[in-house]
Design a protein around this ligand. Structure first.
Ligand code: HEM
Length: 487
């Protein structure tokens, strides 16, 4: 990124020298202002336009550049060039975030954390827009706007309301697994460095022979998992709202570069149909006993952005940004996200968002016939703006990036298929039973602290029933804890 010179005189936006930057022009001493004072007008007008719309979710975040290094041979699973050799390195940019809070919210809150990673590969940018949780609340994109409305501010009170939060969760039993995760110990990470990242969805990898696999990504923190209790978080959020952002920046400044060990679970495509869980259901994990994670890379963050607005606020990640050898799965959430992100960027940053320094390819260039729009930089010069043409220019390869998926049956608003052991509660119960007694105690207290704020008994009861269906003891203890708090 070129940096503006700090030598030479102060100038206006059009480069004319400024004679006085402290006193605006008036008609006479002590008189009214003048419209010829273009410096004042330009400064105030520019200032009024300094903000772009904040992200509708994940508004608050921090980012850093880094390096991804391949540590094991995965060429039998994918032909992605950036994964083609052990030792191969690719530049990355990672933006961490919270989900529900607006731009000025505190970092130390109970909320999933975003883990949005851009690989600047020689075949184009690959974006993996994940979270610090291997699962999510819902399994169909059509529910996402309703879900987020319940987590953000109520149209009347202007605050987040426990009634709305729990009404949605209770009426959407598939949330039980993720809610158990969120109110457990990992629900408030101590910092961005001390948590894992996940691709969460199932994606497709395709090898050079055209063989496809379903995969799930895991980024395991090498700093160790560290969390805050609710009481610790309340204190940190009050005293230092920027705790996570500062922690990341200062660690990198002192050369203490955070790293993650990167793993992948691989399912041969032929095994998907008979797998005990729907492998494309984002509310479920693939138990490691079924598909053991294979280590294949190391991610290190080692460079802070120079300018937060340019490089973090304007950074734009999209799950639709694939490279040859990697593609989507039929996960109904992922399918919705393939549209939603680039659309958000067109609205929030503008049609040329992908050409900003943080977003454009760094190891290759974008070559196409898209042109013009707000803030177009003229990079195509006099080249023809249509294809096919007889004057030269980029042409299609005829090589699809990923493998097509076989489908049957009529189109329609189908519920995602359930497999032999699928229901909305099985993995929530497994997670509860996996916890130590101390962990269960904290989980119940955290849940009860939130649920006891619900004003309507029917909403609270419906939510408790979901936890009871996950595990009878879980539901019983939660009900008692909520009653005790309500008195
Ligand atoms: C259908 C469901 C979803 C929809 C429609 C959706 C939509 C969005 C939108 C519109 C943004 C703002 C993008 C921007 O303004 O740049 C966003 C941000 C984000 N979402 Fe989602 N989202 C969904 C589910 C998920 C899931 C399941 C995950 C994680 C597995 C996730 C992770 C993120 C992250 C990490 C960001 C922040 C990206 C950044 O740092 O710029 N979202 N989402």
């Amino acid at each position: 990124m070129s940096v503006e010179s700090t030598t030479g005189p102060l100038t206006t936006e059009s480069g004319a020298p400024v004679s006085d930057n402290q006193n605006s022009e008036t008609a006479g001493i002590g008189g009214p202002g003048l419209i010829q004072d273009q410096l004042l007008i330009e400064k105030l007008a520019h200032f009024n336009r300094e903000r772009i719309p904040e992200r509708i979710v994940h508004a608050r975040g921090a980012g850093a550049y880094g390096t991804f290094t391949v540590t094991a041979d995965v060429t039998k699973y994918t032909r992605a060039k950036f994964l083609s050799e052990i030792g191969k390195q690719t530049e990355t940019f990672l933006r961490f975030s919270t989900v529900a809070g607006s731009l000025g919210a505190a970092d130390a809150v109970r909320d999933p954390r975003g883990f949005a990673l851009k690989f600047y590969t020689e075949e184009g940018n690959y974006d993996l827009v994940g979270n610090n949780t291997p699962i999510f609340f819902i399994k169909d994109a059509i529910k996402f706007p309703d879900f987020i409305h319940t987590q953000k501010r109520d149209p009347y009170t202007g605050s987040q309301e426990a009634d709305n939060v729990w009404d949605f969760w209770g009426l959407s039993p598939e949330t039980t697994h993720q809610v158990t995760w969120l109110f457990g110990d990992r629900g408030i990470p101590a910092s961005f460095r001390h948590m894992n990242g996940y691709g969460s969805h199932t994606f497709q990898w395709v090898n050079a022979a055209g063989e496809a696999f379903w995969v799930r990504y895991h980024f395991k923190t090498d700093q160790g998992i560290k969390n805050l209790t609710q009481a610790e978080a309340d204190k940190v959020a009050g005293e230092d709202p920027d705790s996570h952002q500062r922690d990341l920046r200062t660690a990198i400044e002192r050369g203490d570069f955070p790293t993650w060990t990167v793993q992948v679970q691989v399912m041969p495509v032929a095994e998907a149909a008979a797998y005990r869980f729907n492998p494309f259901d984002l509310t479920k994990i693939w138990p490691h006993a079924d598909y053991p994670p294979i280590e294949f890379g190391k991610l290190e963050l080692n460079r802070n952005p120079e300018n937060i607005f340019a490089e973090v606020e304007q950074s734009a990640f999209s799950p639709s940004h694939f490279v040859p050898g990697i593609g989507p799965s039929p996960d109904k959430m992922l399918q919705g996200r393939l549209f939603a992100y680039a659309d958000a960027h067109r609205y929030r940053v503008g049609i040329n968002a992908d050409h900003l320094p943080v977003n454009r390819p760094h190891a290759t260039e974008a070559r196409n016939y898209g042109r013009d729009g707000a803030l177009y930089d003229g990079r195509h010069g006099r080249q023809k703006n249509y294809e096919p043409n007889s004057f030269g220019g980029p042409v299609e390869t005829g090589q699809p990036l990923w493998q097509s998926v076989a489908v049957t049956g009529p189109s329609g608003e189908h519920v995602a298929p359930t497999h032999a052991e699928d229901n909305d509660f099985v993995q929530a119960g497994d997670l509860y039973r996996l916890m130590t007694e101390d962990e269960r105690e904290r989980l119940i207290n955290n849940l009860a602290g939130s649920l006891s704020q619900v004003s309507r008994e029917d909403i609270a009861q419906r939510a408790i029933e979901n936890f009871r269906k996950a595990d009878a003891d879980y539901g019983k203890r939660l009900e008692a804890a909520v009653q005790a708090l309500r008195g």
